[in-house]
Design a protein around this ligand. Sequence first.
Ligand SMILES: Cc1cc2nc3c(=O)[nH]c(=O)nc-3n(C[C@H](O)[C@H](O)[C@H](O)COP(=O)(O)OP(=O)(O)OC[C@H]3O[C@@H](n4cnc5c(N)ncnc54)[C@H](O)[C@@H]3O)c2cc1C
Length: 406
Amino acid sequence: MNARSRRAPRRGEFDVIVVGAGAAGGALALGLARDGFNVAVVEAREPSRWRLEDEVDLRVVALAPDARDLLEDLGVWAPIAQMRASPFQRMCVWDAQAAGELRFDATERGEAALGWIIENKLIQHALWTALATRADDSPAPILHCPAEINAVEEDADGIGVTLGDGTRLRARLLVSAEGGESSLRQRLGIAFEGRDYGARAVVAHVRSERPHEGTAWQRFLPTGPLAFLPLADERSSIVWSLPEAEAARVLALDDAAFCAELGAAFDFRLGPIASVSRRAAFPLRLRLAGQFVQGRCVLVGDAAHLVHPLAGQGMNLGLRDVTCLRRVLNEARARDSDPGAWHVLRRFERERRSQTTLAARGFDAIERVFGASSRPLVALRGLALASAGRFPPLRHLLADVAAGRR
Ligand SMILES: Cc1cc2nc3c(=O)[nH]c(=O)nc-3n(C[C@H](O)[C@H](O)[C@H](O)COP(=O)(O)OP(=O)(O)OC[C@H]3O[C@@H](n4cnc5c(N)ncnc54)[C@H](O)[C@@H]3O)c2cc1C
């Protein structure tokens, strides 16, 4: 660590201010603090407590192996895994309108799991607990919560923010990890463009007649993809993408009718659906920020990109932003460079904006291709799934990309 970052910070003065402590902001703040940066966190709402005795929360994510590696590095993977993480060893993707299916198996890759199904709330809770109780030698992050930023002023040497209660903080770098509605992104006038899918993801936990086999299942229907993600208690967490009106209709069905329709939509792959939890729905949007960096401000996670959940990659992309920004800032510090300088941040911008744009456009293309019903396209899809399934190098490449290994 060089002299600049070792010096005791003046009161209210930091290397980095992270706004928002969801998965992306929490991981970034914790990672930078472990790396020896002086970090302040501004979070609007204290994350709700996660308790083992509570029902599994409806918002879950499929976490990829590289995201797990990051959480392990941050020291929060062990508590998450002990509490409630459900590994899956297999993945199966098929099309309702065409033959052919694509299967992935962790054993083919010599890995224990292809991913883990985890409640968003548990990830945020574990990160927040670690932030609030840091006990090693590195400087503890200063948490401001509940708090929001009222004013931002940038000059040649740094950036200052004023919180709602009048507290003033100053740093070399300001990071928005505020999620899709990032107020900092709006304050900076950064465009956030893409398209609305005119659809919602209906989520619930269901019990099927047969066990889920530790498999993440996804069936592409003309109305959108339907995923069954395996939970530790043998239920599956469903993500059922449907046009707005259809989503409203299935949400209003009674449990028996919902289970019957869901079972049919899933082609009874695990038998009839025996029971369903309460349900919720989330709007589906594609959005990409026109810039990930402006001046001394950086956007990470959903503040920078919203993607269709069909590939289960939104949070994984955000955690890849974290890994990249941490690496760039550590390299800058090794060269004694200002962490908020453009020549430092443009490396993050280049790497993450190109990779995220590629991923988001790829998921969008999959959504369009699998949503189409024209006969030649359906035939082509069947052929593509069947050949990818039969051609191991292509299958391994797809699995590597999904796992964040490429
Ligand atoms: C149906 C569905 C299924 C999904 N499935 C997957 C999946 O399988 N795999 C996957 O990787 N991703 C998945 N995602 C995406 C994933 O849930 C998100 O990408 C991820 O939760 C975003 O995390 P984040 O930390 O960037 O933002 P958020 O979780 O939105 O966190 C933002 C934080 O900032 C705080 N905040 C907001 N505004 C302010 C402010 N002005 N000042 C201070 N603090 C503020 C908030 O309180 C919050 O704590 C899915 C999404 C949906 C909708």
